[in-house]
Each structure stands twice: as structure tokens, then as C-alpha cells.
Design a protein around this ligand. Structure first.
Ligand code: HEM
Length: 500
């Protein structure tokens, strides 16, 4: 009996060992294979610098290195063979992929698989008919003047009731250092939640702990971005299958988000949707499927949250380094708004042309989405003569395009809002030369809302406070991720203006 037990024990032990070994090999083999394949596949100068990280000796950020390579490329297109990625900063190519041959450059499966668990079938994550249906429905809703005034009211409320009191509470204190990037992330989460869901997570009330929803949403966004950055996608897929580590956390975060979304949808149905002004209630008039409703709204939240926070962070970074632009914004505000500290309507915000120019100029130099990729469906040739093989990832690089002399002239590296004005009136550039909100058929649907948010915050804060960088510097370092984020945040000293 003892012998049998010991035999059984050893057999089970050995089986466990082999199963574990199999799992480890199964996880590591693709990674090893992938790395070896990459190394053997290409030893061109660019791929070599990419793989050995030698570019880091001269550049702080990957986007700066890409901008340098694209600037020096005669066609303004480069290839990172090891990533199967063709990157372009050529406006003709951008127009071609976003408009002329739009159908040949969908987002593609690799992207939708990465974000699929979080975004489901939401607009941000689908192509074809599913995308067309949501685009039509969303465009109809976002075009209404009622949604514009709803958005304006939310933003003004957040600024007056939360953002300004928060800054006042630290202003003038010796240890009154505030990370503006963190503050803007909280502001944009509160705003987009109320706009999309009619929910108030109160993230700007720093004394309160962050709501479960905010924590779960943050985690799911962060882990989705990490999926996109892993060398070998098989690793996260295996972790997901086995429900391990970050993938286990992802599953739990999505469960929390779904639970809350379901509760809100149920409540809306009970209360009646006609009295509500948020996007979810508007979409509920044409969609019955609750999971689909949840997906649609979560896409909007992802699209409209970090982007706005990122744009505000770089705008305030540039304004801290260019006080003359801040003064010109205030002169214009005095002329247009008079003594009122805040604009009173959506229309009044639109009349601030110099402010609009400053916002666009800041995103030219620091686009919140630095690059955006599509996947080529059929072999093709771009307008600059570049051959693109089926399945290739093709990326347009907004960050590099904002630094192209051919597009912006010899002063392209300077922060000069005036370049956007003709006789004092803001004049937009074509989206294919300035694809910060993308362009063509999949142009950003929240562009107008975003610009109102950015202008409102900039105006209200500049009229009330002085900001000083805790450590002055000229160029930010970015953290890896889907949206541009300043590494170390944007710590500033806040001081209330005397005439307040
Ligand atoms: C400064 C702020 C913003 C910037 C720079 C920005 C930029 C972009 C870009 C580059 C895309 C294309 C992404 C892709 O297809 O991969 C996009 C799409 C989108 N954006 Fe924005 N966005 C901003 C704010 C917002 C806001 C506030 C909302 C929501 C109210 C929003 C809603 C959307 C939606 C729904 C899409 C998907 C459109 C489609 O696929 O047809 N965005 N945005």
C-alpha cells in the first residue's frame, strides 16, 4: 500500500512537473522564436538601431527618433522591417490611406484583438458595417445643438465647482506643488463619464478615494496598452487563457466595468430615457442590445479621456515656457468676454480665435495620439511609390508630421499660434497635413467637444492662476502607451492672480 502510494505520489509529481514544463516552454518558445526570427530577419541600419536600442544614445523618445528618420527620408516614408511596419509622414500617403483607399486600410484584426475584451464591438474597435452603423448614429447625435450645450454645461460645472476650488486649495502654499497631468486626467474622466454615461465618478474631489469604476477603467486601459506593446502577442494570449497575472487583473477590471454599465443601463430603462441627456440614453433610443450599448459608450470614454488630458498637459507645458502666448490669450479674452471670468456659451468659446490657434499649435507639436496604424488588406502602392504588401502595418506619424519643414516651414519647431491665423481669424489646415484628429472617413467624432474642453480649461485657469514648472525643461520625455503621457507628470507651483 505504502509502495503504491509512493508510486502514485511520484507519478503525480512527475506529471505536474511535465505539465508545468510544457506550459513554460509553450509560453517561452514563441517568444524565443519571435526574437530569433526578428534578429535574423533584418540587419538594416534602422532595424539594428531599433533592436539594439542604440537610438536611445541620441534621442530621449522613440517618436523623436522616428521624426528624425522621417525628416531625412526623401519620400518621408520609412520601414521598420522587424515590426512589419511602414511609417509615413507624407501628407499624400496619409490622404490615400484615410480617404482615397480607405477600404484597403482598415484598423484590422491585430488591433481589434488587443482591445476586444475591453471595447467589444464599440466604434473604436471595429471595421465594416458595425463601424458604419455606429458612425452614422453617433454623427447624428453629436451634430445636435442640445448635445453641444450639454457638453458645455458639464465642462463649465467641472471647472467652476471642482477644478478651480482644487487649485485654490494649493495655491500660494510653499508645498503647493500639483501634478497638472494627474489633475487633467481626473478632470477629463469626470467630464467624459458624465457626457457618455450620465455618471459622476467625482475623481476631481481628491479627498475622496477613486471610485471602483475609475480604478477599473484605468487598469483596463493600461493593461490593454501593455498588450499592444508586448514583443510577442502570444504571451498575453496564453496568460489570458490560463487566467494569470495581468490578464487575471484585466478580467476582474472588465467585470467591474460591465457590472456598473449593466446597472446604469437597467436604471435608465426603469427611469425612462427621454429625460436624460447623456450619450448612453440617446443611443438607447435606437439600440436594444445591452452589451452593444455598453461597448459603444466605453469606446467613447476611451477615445475622449486620455486624449484631452494629454492635450491639456502639453498646452500648459508650452504656456509655462512661452508666457507671451499666455498674455496674448488673456488679451483676446478681455476683448471678447469683457470682465466675465468664464465664457457664457458655446458660441462665445468659438469666437476666441487666438486661443483656438494656441490649442491647435500645441497639438501640432505634441499630438495626444502620436501615431496611428492601419493594416493593408491587398498589395498596394502608396502615392510616393512605396510598395505595401498585404498584411503590412501602415502608420501615419502625426508627431513627426508636426516637425516637417516641408509642411510647416523653417520655423516648424517653434511654438507660434500666429501661423494658424489670417487677419486674426483661425484657419484650419487640411487633416492630411495635420492628422491630429485623424481625417477622412474615420475622423475623430469628439473633435468639437474636445476643442471646447481644451479652450474652456485653458481660459479659466489662465485668467485665475499663474503656473510655474517646478523644474524648468524644454522638451518632455514620454512614457510608453497609446496616448502621449509625460513621464513624471507635470509638477507645477500654482499661485492665484492678485486681481481675483
Ligand atoms: C484632444 C482630444 C482628442 C484627440 C487628439 C482625438 C484624436 C482622435 C484620433 C486620432 C482618432 C482616430 C483613432 C483611430 O481610428 O485609431 C479619434 C477617433 C475617435 N474619437 Fe477622438 N480625439 C480627441 C477627443 C475625443 C473626444 C472628447 C471624444 C468623445 C466625445 C472622441 C471620440 C472619438 C471617437 C468616437 C473616435 C472613433 C471614430 C471612428 O472610428 O469613426 N475623441 N480621435
Amino acid at each position: 500500500m505504502e509502495l503504491a502510494n509512493s508510486w502514485l505520489f511520484h507519478t503525480l509529481h512527475a506529471m505536474c512537473f511535465f505539465i508545468l514544463l510544457f506550459i513554460i516552454l509553450f509560453s517561452l518558445f514563441p517568444l524565443l522564436f519571435y526574437t530569433l526570427r526578428l534578429k535574423l530577419w533584418c540587419n538594416c541600419e534602422i532595424c539594428d538601431a531599433y533592436l539594439t536600442l542604440s537610438w536611445t544614445k541620441r534621442f530621449d523618445n522613440l517618436c523623436d527618433w522616428y521624426a528624425h528618420l522621417l525628416k531625412n527620408s526623401p519620400s518621408k516614408t520609412i520601414h521598420i522591417h522587424v515590426l512589419g511596419n511602414t511609417i509615413t509622414a507624407n501628407p499624400e500617403n496619409v490622404e490615400y490611406m484615410l480617404k482615397t483607399r480607405f477600404d484597403n486600410y482598415p484598423k484590422g484584426k491585430p488591433f481589434s484583438v488587443i482591445l476586444g475584451d475591453f471595447l467589444g464591438r464599440g466604434i473604436f474597435n471595429v471595421d465594416g458595417d458595425l463601424w458604419r452603423f455606429q458612425k452614422k448614429m453617433a454623427s447624428l447625435e453629436l451634430d445636435r445643438s442640445s448635445i453641444r450645450s450639454y457638453c458645455f454645461e458639464i465642462v463649465q460645472y467641472e471647472i467652476r465647482q471642482r477644478l478651480v476650488p482644487l487649485l485654490l486649495s494649493v495655491s500660494g502654499k510653499e508645498d503647493g506643488v500639483l501634478d497638472l497631468q494627474d489633475v487633467f486626467r481626473r478632470f477629463s474622466f469626470d467630464s467624459i463619464c458624465r457626457f457618455s454615461f450620465g455618471l459622476d465618478p467625482r475623481c476631481l474631489e481628491i479627498s475622496q478615494p477613486l471610485s471602483d469604476f475609475a480604478v477599473a477603467f484605468d487598469l483596463a486601459s493600461k493593461l490593454s496598452a501593455e498588450r499592444a506593446m508586448t514583443v510577442c502577442p502570444l504571451v498575453w494570449k496564453i496568460k489570458r487563457k490560463l487566467n494569470l497575472g495581468s490578464e487575471k487583473k484585466m478580467k476582474e477590471a472588465i467585470k467591474t466595468i460591465n457590472g456598473l454599465a449593466e446597472a446604469v443601463i437597467r436604471l435608465r430603462r426603469k427611469m425612462g430615457i427621454s429625460s436624460q441627456r447623456d450619450l448612453l440614453s440617446r443611443f438607447m433610443t435606437s439600440v436594444d442590445d445591452d452589451t452593444f450599448l455598453r461597448d459603444i459608450v466605453i469606446s467613447f470614454m476611451l477615445a475622449g479621456r486620455d486624449t484631452v488630458a494629454s492635450a491639456l498637459t502639453s498646452l500648459f507645458f508650452l504656456l509655462a515656457n512661452h508666457p507671451e502666448v499666455g498674455s496674448a490669450i488673456l488679451d483676446e479674452a478681455d476683448r471678447v468676454l469683457g470682465p466675465h471670468p468664464d465664457p457664457t456659451s458655446f458660441q462665445q468659446i468659438r469666437e476666441l480665435h487666438y486661443l483656438q490657434a494656441a490649442v491647435y499649435e500645441s497639438m501640432r507639436l505634441y499630438p495626444p495620439i502620436q501615431f496611428d496604424s492601419k493594416f493593408c488588406q491587398e498589395d498596394d502602392v502608396l502615392p510616393d511609390g512605396t510598395f505595401v504588401k498585404k498584411g503590412t502595418r501602415v502608420t501615419y506619424h502625426s508627431y513627426a508630421m508636426g516637425r516637417m519643414e516641408e509642411i510647416w516651414g523653417p520655423d516648424c519647431l517653434e511654438f507660434k499660434p500666429e501661423r494658424w491665423l489670417r487677419n486674426g481669424v483661425f484657419l484650419a489646415e487640411t487633416p492630411f497635413r495635420y492628422p491630429v484628429f485623424q481625417g477622412g472617413f474615420r475622423v475623430c467624432l469628439g473633435k468639437e467637444m474636445a476643442v471646447v474642453e481644451l479652450k474652456s480649461v485653458a481660459l479659466s485657469l489662465l485668467r485665475r492662476f499663474h503656473f510655474q514648472l517646478v523644474t524648468p525643461y524644454n522638451a518632455p520625455r514620454f512614457s510608453p502607451g497609446l496616448t502621449a503621457t509625460f513621464r513624471g507628470g507635470l509638477p507645477v507651483l500654482v499661485r492665484e492672480k492678485e486681481n481675483q
